[in-house]
Design a protein around this ligand. Structure first.
Ligand SMILES: Nc1nc2c(c(=O)[nH]1)N[C@H]1C(S)=C(S)[C@@H](COP(=O)(O)OP(=O)(O)OC[C@H]3O[C@@H](n4cnc5c(=O)[nH]c(N)nc54)[C@H](O)[C@@H]3O)O[C@H]1N2
Ligand SMILES: Nc1nc2c(c(=O)[nH]1)N[C@H]1C(S)=C(S)[C@@H](COP(=O)(O)OP(=O)(O)OC[C@H]3O[C@@H](n4cnc5c(=O)[nH]c(N)nc54)[C@H](O)[C@@H]3O)O[C@H]1N2
Ligand code: SF4
Ligand SMILES: [Mo]
Length: 828
């Protein structure tokens, strides 16, 4: 019995117990039989993957959490402000005590996926997992073990690092590249700028202060960067200051948001909302480019010096003007089509006049700041969408100068704090698949190839064409702090069929806190502690916390609950079963590891006037913060200042509008019908897109059957699927499919009607939200609701978007086009 009743005073109760309550009440009420135990305060944090990590104050009495509060730093001035948790972090108590908490190790007793388990001991669990993994790895090689994507718990010490470390000691596991967040964006940046980091480490938010035109393409900071330290706050404060300056002093400034939905980042904060059809931003960008080039507003000097492929001046050898970007836009290329506003308007849904005005205003801006969200890369041709948007700042030379951004996600300020070393050097596995192709690798990994499936193999396994086979199926899965085993991966019905067959993937171990949809497919469930039970960990602000960097010192007075164990102890238990404990611990205790990490983080802050204080002080202070510790950052400034001295990582050392590497892939890769890889950033029709792709059989019939586009978005009601099981949040943020009133009227639907949203892949049932905040022909749904199939698995009454999404990978990154869907909607 772990949930201790704090009203029953224990013999060991602290002498400092106090009576609380107001005097008049206690005068009337007889004194309580027992005195309440003094409330304790510990700092902890929300470690979910929203890009931020917010500190929370956890109050407890006798091992039971009584309330959660956020940062209370008293100097709450912007720049030195409180890091306030959002609605999710504030509901953490409900999450820790959720009725579906996993409390004991369990073993599957029914068919896989049926959700029937029995309690077992930790010893049984460790010996079963160790022996099954040994058997499968012996038979099929270490690369037959796979970690599904996992972003649920951002610890530095006791997180996934411990499991990776152990498996590397044991010879490794299947390598992966990319991730559900940014797979296509990484590739777009890599081929354009020579490094994936140019896609997600753009200028800092602070540079918006120096800009006169902020253009957010699909970016929605008010909903996806909600933390009080984070980008939403930077965005709000900067925009407010710029708008106040405009009102008072006539300063020039404009904010434009391009999004099919009128998002929370708009709501009056924007100057203009430009609704665009999902997956068609590239067409809009080409028309903007047409206006800019045709009117000679482009920066020819910049394009000549810094870029490859704009026009005949900078084409790689063997390619003439007709292969250049300029020729493609002006109609001088093989297709003969000029990408005018009139050409783009019927595709992207933005009126031609709106495009013309936007192009002019953008070109007239002296420092445009462009921020392109990952959302449009999570579309079927996500790589091309993103590259097409990169063109906007390039055309006007708005890169590497104050107040500009290359289109990347903003760099977050950061303080480094070490993580448990994963010992990747011990791995004997030298093969990789895309993070998204693991279901394919369960079914037919053996026959997955380099040129068809984007498998990465070592040089000596490639044939003369650069091709080769993966040669292994995935036979064992360790799913730690991830719900992508089914819920967050595409096409839940297909995934369900693959996982249910336990002769394919023979072992599934799930390590989680709750009985999630993924946990239902486990053979063995291992219960982890929750963050609020974590004893001691110093964690940093995560990767997208805006301009404020921080370190948070976690401690706990409530854990571990039930029989839960942290990831370090789980890895240690397995290490013992395998006889590699010494290698795993390096002879150090947990405390010794933590002290080392703390001291290393402390050393990293010596450059500041106020370095990280002692651990003891941090235990009560909780948070250490630095606003813009490395100053305001302008991406590509070094390259702009000295392009020959600081060449980029592309083959030409320049920004590649025409990518030589993509041209090579276009010439050699085997693509599914209808997919293309293009050396130039181009708008291309896709599967399930707005425009019917004539190169795919049956697309027209599908478009007729499923006339509505459906895209996902990351809702404030959850972080992915995390926090779905908190009833407060379900009440606060309704899960409903957004639909324009005109589309609703056509179908006789009103707000809150229960509807079925369906396509060839599945059916989900949930309420509809009828709102002019979404353009016609387009519907949208917050992703992450928990999958809940009805008894014959024909309808997902949980409303999980992935019941409708496709496992078809995107052409270049072999990533997830999960925002690309066609559906129809009817009354349930
Ligand atoms: N349709 C659609 N699907 C998507 C997306 C989309 O836009 N549309 N977005 C994708 C993106 S960008 C991402 S990043 C992925 C995210 O996918 P995931 O990485 O799977 O993230 P979550 O859904 O938050 O799941 C986290 C899991 O960690 C568990 N967890 C939380 N805390 C702990 C802990 O302390 N210990 C352990 N052991 N477990 C814990 C939670 O219970 C949950 O099961 O989803 C992707 N899926
Ligand atoms: N509250 C909350 N915050 C989160 C997360 C969460 O689950 N919940 N997840 C975190 C993670 S891991 C990630 S990767 C990020 C995701 O960050 P993003 O990928 O940027 O988030 P999305 O919500 O998918 O998309 C942002 C906006 O793009 C719009 N959009 C969709 N398709 C298109 C398109 O084709 N073109 C244009 N122009 N707009 C489009 C959507 O309407 C949405 O408003 O968010 C992070 N933050
Ligand atoms: S979900 Fe993100 S913004 Fe909200 S409390 Fe957690 S870390 Fe902070
Ligand atoms: Mo993500």
């Amino acid at each position: 019995m772990q949930r201790r009743d704090f009203l029953k005073m224990s013999a060991t109760m602290s002498a400092a117990a106090v009576v609380t309550g107001c005097g008049s009440e206690s005068a009337q009420t007889p004194p309580p039989e027992v005195l309440p135990v003094e409330e304790k305060l510990n700092w902890s944090a929300c470690l979910v993957n929203c890009g931020s990590n917010c500190p929370v104050r956890v109050y407890s009495r006798d091992g039971v959490i009584t309330r959660i509060e956020t940062d209370f730093y008293d100097n709450d001035e912007y720049g030195q402000h409180q890091i306030r948790a959002c609605l999710r972090g504030r509901s953490l108590r409900k999450r820790v005590y959720a009725p579906d908490r996993l409390k004991y190790p369990m073993k599957r007793i029914g068919a896989r996926g049926e959700g029937k388990f029995e309690r077992i001991s930790w010893d049984e669990a460790f010996s079963h997992v160790a022996s099954e993994l040994s058997r499968l790895r012996g038979q099929y090689g270490p690369e037959s073990t796979h970690f599904t994507y996992n972003s649920g718990a951002g610890y530095h010490f006791t997180g996934k690092q411990c499991l990776f470390r152990l498996m590397n000691i044991m010879g490794g596991y299947m390598g992966t590249y990319g991730d559900y967040s940014w797979a296509q964006l990484y590739k777009a940046a890599q081929y354009t700028y020579g490094s994936a980091s140019y896609g997600w480490k753009g200028s800092s938010n602070s540079e918006m202060t120096n800009s006169d035109f902020v253009l957010l393409v699909g970016h929605n900071p008010s909903e996806i960067r909600m933390s009080g330290s984070g980008e939403s706050y930077d965005y709000l404060k900067i925009i407010q200051a710029k708008q106040a300056d405009r009102a008072q002093n006539g300063g020039k400034f404009k904010t434009v948001i391009i999004d099919p939905r009128y998002t929370d980042s708009a709501l009056g904060k924007e100057d203009q909302w430009v609704p665009v059809r999902p997956g068609t931003d590239a067409a809009l960008m080409e028309a903007l480019a047409y206006e800019i080039i045709n009117n000679n507003w482009h920066d020819q000097g910049f394009l000549d010096t810094y870029c490859q492929g704009f026009d005949e001046n900078t084409m790689p050898e063997g390619y003439g003007y007709e292969h250049s970007y300029k020729a493609h836009i002006l109609g001088d290329a093989a297709d003969g089509v000029a990408k005018t506003p009139e050409w783009a308007a019927p595709i992207c849904g933005v009126p031609a006049d709106t495009i013309r005005i936007l192009a002019k205003e953008f070109a007239e801006a002296s420092a445009p700041f462009v921020h392109i969200a990952a959302s449009l890369s999570r579309q079927a041709a996500g790589e091309n969408n993103t590259r097409a948007c990169y063109m906007l700042p390039l055309l006007v030379g708005a890169v590497g100068r104050a107040g500009t951004n290359n289109g990347a996600l903003c760099s977050g300020a950061s303080l480094s704090s070490p993580k448990m070393p994963t010992l990747g050097n011990l791995s004997k596995v030298n093969k990789k698949i895309s993070f998204f192709s693991w279901t394919q690798a369960i079914e037919d990994g053996e026959n997955m190839t380099v040129l068809k499936d984007g498998v990465v193999l070592p040089g000596d396994e490639l044939d003369e064409n650069g091709d080769g086979k993966l040669g292994t199926n995935i036979k064992a899965i360790i799913n730690y702090a991830g719900n992508a085993l089914i819920n967050q991966h595409a096409d839940t019905s297909k995934t369900r069929e693959i996982l249910r067959d336990d002769s394919k993937c023979e072992l599934i171990v799930v390590i989680d806190n709750w009985m999630t949809p993924s946990a239902e497919y486990a053979d063995i469930i291992l219960p982890d502690i929750s963050w609020l039970e974590a004893e001691d960990d110093l964690i940093n602000q995560s990767y997208a916390a805006g301009d404020t960097a921080s370190l948070i010192q976690i401690s706990s007075s409530v854990g571990p609950m039930w029989e839960c164990r942290d990831a370090y102890d789980i890895a240690l238990g397995l290490a013992r079963a395998w006889g590699v404990e010494g290698q795993f611990t390096e002879g150090k205790t947990k405390d010794q590891w933590r002290t080392e990490f703390y001291e290393s983080a402390q050393a990293g802050t010596q450059r500041f006037a106020n370095p990280l204080p002692s651990k003891q002080e941090m235990m009560s202070k909780g948070v250490y913060r630095q606003y813009l510790p490395d100053g305001s950052y302008v991406v590509l400034k070094d390259f702009r200042d000295n392009p020959t001295g600081n060449p980029l990582g592309t083959p030409s050392g320049k920004i590649e509008i025409f990518s030589s590497e993509l041209q090579k892939m276009a010439d050699t890769w085997e693509l599914a019908a209808g997919d293309v890889i293009t050396a130039l950033p181009k708008y291309v029709p896709t599967w399930d897109g707005f425009e019917v792709n004539d190169n795919i059989d049956g697309e027209q019939e599908k478009a007729d059957k499923y006339p509505l586009q459906l895209h996902g978005y990351h809702t404030k009601g959850r972080a992915h699927s995390s926090y779905h099981n908190v009833p407060w949040l379900r009440e606060a943020v309704q899960d409903a499919v957004w639909m324009n009133p005109m589309d609703a009227a056509e179908r006789g639907l009103s707000s809150d009607d229960m509807v079925q949203v369906f396509n060839d892949r599945g059916v989900i049932e949930l309420p509809v939200k009828v709102t002019p905040r979404i353009m016609t022909g387009v519907t949208a749904l917050g992703q992450g609701a928990w999958l809940k199939f009805n008894s014959d698995a024909s309808v997902d009454v949980g409303g999980c978007l992935n019941t409708l999404t496709s496992q078809r990978p995107t052409p270049v990154s072999k990533g997830n086009g999960q925002h690309t869907n066609r559906v129809e909607i009817r009354k349930a």
